[in-house]
Write a new protein. Structure first.
Length: 283
């Protein structure tokens, strides 16, 4: 088993509230010039959850489960930075007070933290209900692998992924492998500690050729030749491992979003395909 510095990490509170869905326009012009008038980000998504397909929904950038945000810009940055996939979240106001959930990712642009809750608990929630996240994970390191940066993941979930050390490298299973030329929105960002990085889905033949038609919310995926150590860029030989956090999108350059959990500028991360590798099975 890998060794980490988890005993040195700081567990800290961060507060958000269920964010009402927002829109700049009722319609969107898709990459193929079609006009879409569909649901998008925010709110409580009652019938879409981690483990479901990211494709085929009558929606755009759909966030599974519950989307939370803090109205103070600096506090919301802290909420998004500190919240790591796998962190415990608790509703602390409203009719669902006491309900427990798990952070499943962060979504850039709208700057949401996404949280998985049981369906019966979501039925008792409403926009503006407050959610407390017990944040833990930023600053996590894997001993002996200084060239691999860890971010945005709770130590307990990192250990569940079954990462092994083989010949001086880290090895794990992933549900899909994405070539760098399919990565779009999010590239050029200053860091990958918040937000996500979209897999472009405009070319359906290319998706099929790379076995990406079955992507699900929560899938652990490998991004080839993608370096997210200090921002997001193309780097030959680099590898990023991430989790799929939001649905497919109709806008050019967009698609299912991926939040980084591991990245290396070198080839220190190796992987093999296992379609079942989804964070939901560890919940």
């Amino acid at each position: 088993m890998i060794k980490t510095n988890k005993d040195k990490l700081v567990k800290q509170s961060a507060l958000g509230a269920i964010h009402h869905p927002t829109m700049k326009s009722a319609t969107k012009i898709a990459h193929d010039s079609s006009i879409w008038a569909v649901p998008a980000v925010g709110g409580i998504c009652y019938n879409v959850e981690v483990g479901d397909s990211v494709f085929g929904l009558a929606g755009d950038h759909i966030e599974p489960g519950v989307s939370i945000k803090n109205n103070d810009v600096t506090e919301n940055l802290a909420l998004n930075f500190l919240s790591c996939i796998g962190n415990e979240a608790t509703v602390i106001s409203g009719d669902a007070k006491g309900a427990k959930g798990i952070v499943t990712g962060t979504h850039g642009g709208i700057e949401h933290v996404l949280v998985y809750f049981k369906k019966e608990d979501m039925e008792n929630m409403a926009p503006c209900d407050k959610v407390l996240v017990k944040t833990l994970g930023q600053g996590l390191k894997i001993e002996g692998h200084e060239n691999v940066k860890v971010m945005n993941i709770d130590p307990w979930l990192l250990e569940k992924l079954g990462i092994e050390e083989r010949n001086g490298k880290l090895f794990l299973k992933v549900a899909a492998v994405v070539p760098a030329h399919l990565m779009g929105s999010g590239i050029g960002s200053a860091n990958a500690y918040t937000g996500d990085y979209d897999i472009m889905t405009m070319d359906k033949n290319e998706l099929k050729a790379n076995g990406l038609e079955d992507l699900r919310f929560g899938d652990v995926v490998a991004l080839q030749d993608c370096d997210t150590t200090n921002g997001r860029c193309f780097r030959k030989g680099a590898v990023t491992i991430g989790v799929v956090v939001h649905s497919d999108c109709v806008l050019s350059g967009h698609g299912p979003g991926v939040t980084t959990i591991l990245t290396s500028q070198t080839s220190e991360i190796e992987f093999e395909l296992d379609k079942t590798q989804n964070i939901k099975k560890y919940f």
